[in-house]
Design a protein around this ligand. Structure first.
Ligand code: ADP
Ligand code: MG
Length: 446
């Protein structure tokens, strides 16, 4: 089984990564859900742990759903090799780059070969983001600047970002592209500060043709990084160089962002990705089954599209699991077997209404800013919707009062309790509030 896993690793991670990182790993043992894998050095262990272990686990789970965790350990006689894992790894990534993607510098991770425009299924909820991404990737001069893509977890932001990068890399090999996460940007910036090397940092980022930053929300509240990014951003945009950003919220809803930053982020095109509709989920499943090259009955795909509504990542994971299971046991895939294999996932999707979702719907419904759900403002016109959102959070999720309080800008549980009581009181007297609540609940539950 370890041999099979190794060949899948090599397929999924690519030959180069496999050879340089994963091939020396050996199988240790399997104890109560934990698979123990041995790495030859601590350096290698740490690097694999932070870069590949999550995906390795996912791959292993396709073989055997009993594997719950992956423990990487080091053989006893090995020693740490001295250089910082991150630095030497960065050097390696640059060395390893294929000749044709030398113009792309991907810092901290690599571009996923599967994340292309061809593999991206378009539907109503993501058509704007997709069209904008394509336009920016294909255009021979800067069109929307910046392009700001936003949407919830697992809805395809990173996929679109990589697709843009791949496309530019193929069609415009002379353009220099940097792709990194906001977290990595901050890490490099802090490091540059520490080593008094900010000039090189500035030069590196201000001289590119295309700067792509993924998961921008990470920068919220990090003042000096934000400041530095702001200058980089201005320098690039002023020279008419492309900036592409993804985040989990729109510029106006990102918290802890300076006002001037917020407004500049909205200058180009802001495109959102909505939660998927049933049709799109089904479309994605069909395209993924074609990619895997396995027959899965339409009925089962429909079942999955109905049941797993949270995000595409889970949907994909579910499909992989049932396909792997049927290969292993050599039986056909049916709704029954799928239900069986996916029991935990189906349960989690059953009752998943998130506080974020509630806040968003309530804010829309009462026409207040999403940020007001977290803000300290006490004005009745914003405090009331906030209380209603707290009330719904209590009713529709399994979160405790303190947990809910934290989701509302760090309020304490007595405030939540008060809000719940208050809304109950008001409901008694005010029939239109009852109607509002019913409507909101219905929207959230479908
Ligand atoms: P995000 O960055 O928004 O959290 P990702 O881009 O990582 O989400 O997407 C999660 C997974 O779902 C990826 O494997 C991606 O390929 C897949 N995915 C998301 N949207 C689509 C889509 N429209 N078509 C095909 N695959 C998609
Ligand atoms: Mg992402």
């Amino acid at each position: 089984c370890w041999e099979n896993a190794r060949s899948l690793f090599s397929q999924e991670f690519g030959d180069a990564t496999f050879k340089s990182w994963l091939s020396p790993l050996t199988f240790g043992e399997f104890i109560s859900g934990r698979l123990i894998v041995i790495a030859p050095t601590r350096f290698r262990r740490d690097w694999i742990q932070s870069h590949f272990s999550q995906k390795m686990l996912e791959i292993l789970q396709r073989f055997d759903a009993r594997i719950l965790a992956l423990d990487l350990i080091v053989t006893p006689n090995s020693t740490f090799n001295g250089t910082s894992p991150v630095e030497s790894a960065e050097a390696r990534i640059k060395d390893q780059a294929e000749p044709e993607d030398r113009n792309i510098q991907v810092i901290g991770s690599r571009l996923e070969p599967r994340y292309t425009f061809e593999a991206f299924v378009v539907g109503k909820s993501n058509e704007l983001a997709h069209a904008a991404a394509r336009r920016v990737a294909e255009a021979d001069k800067v069109t929307f600047n910046p392009l700001f893509l936003y949407g919830g977890v697992g809805l395809g932001k990173t996929h679109l970002m990589h697709a843009i990068a791949w496309h530019i890399c193929k069609s415009y090999p002379q353009r220099r592209v940097i792709y990194l996460s906001a977290e990595k940007f901050m890490y490099l910036f802090v490091k540059a500060l520490r080593f008094k090397d900010t000039m090189a940092f500035k030069e590196q980022f201000r001289s590119v043709d295309v700067l792509m930053i993924d998961d921008f929300q990470f920068i919220s509240g990090k003042e000096s990084t934000q400041e530095e990014f702001f200058h980089t951003f201005n320098a690039l945009v002023d020279q008419n160089h492309q900036v592409i950003i993804s985040a989990d919220k729109s510029p106006s809803d990102l918290e802890g962002l300076e006002e001037r930053m917020r407004s500049r982020l909205g200058w180009g095109l802001v495109a959102d990705i909505h939660p998927m509709t049933y049709e799109l989920r089904l479309g994605i499943l069909q395209s993924k089954t074609e990619q895997i090259g396995r027959e899965v009955p339409l009925k089962v795909l429909e079942f999955l599209a109905h049941k797993i509504t949270s995000n595409v990542r889970e949907l994909e994971g579910a499909l992989n699991r049932i396909v792997a299971h049927s290969m292993l046991v050599g039986r056909e895939i049916t709704i029954e077997s799928a239900t069986d294999v996916l029991r935990d996932l189906l349960r989690a999707n059953d009752r998943r209404i998130s506080v974020d979702e509630i806040q968003k719907k309530v804010a829309e419904h009462f026409n207040v800013k999403l940020a007001d759900m977290h803000s300290p403002r006490r004005l009745r016109s914003v405090a009331r919707p906030r209380q209603i959102a707290m009330f719904l959070a209590k009713q529709l999720t399994s979160m405790s009062l303190p947990e809910i309080g934290r989701k509302f800008g760090g309020r304490d549980h007595t405030t939540v309790m008060h809000a719940v009581k208050k809304v109950e009181e008001l409901k008694e007297k005010d029939a239109s509030l009852t109607e509002d609540l019913d409507l909101l609940k219905r929207m959230l539950q479908t």
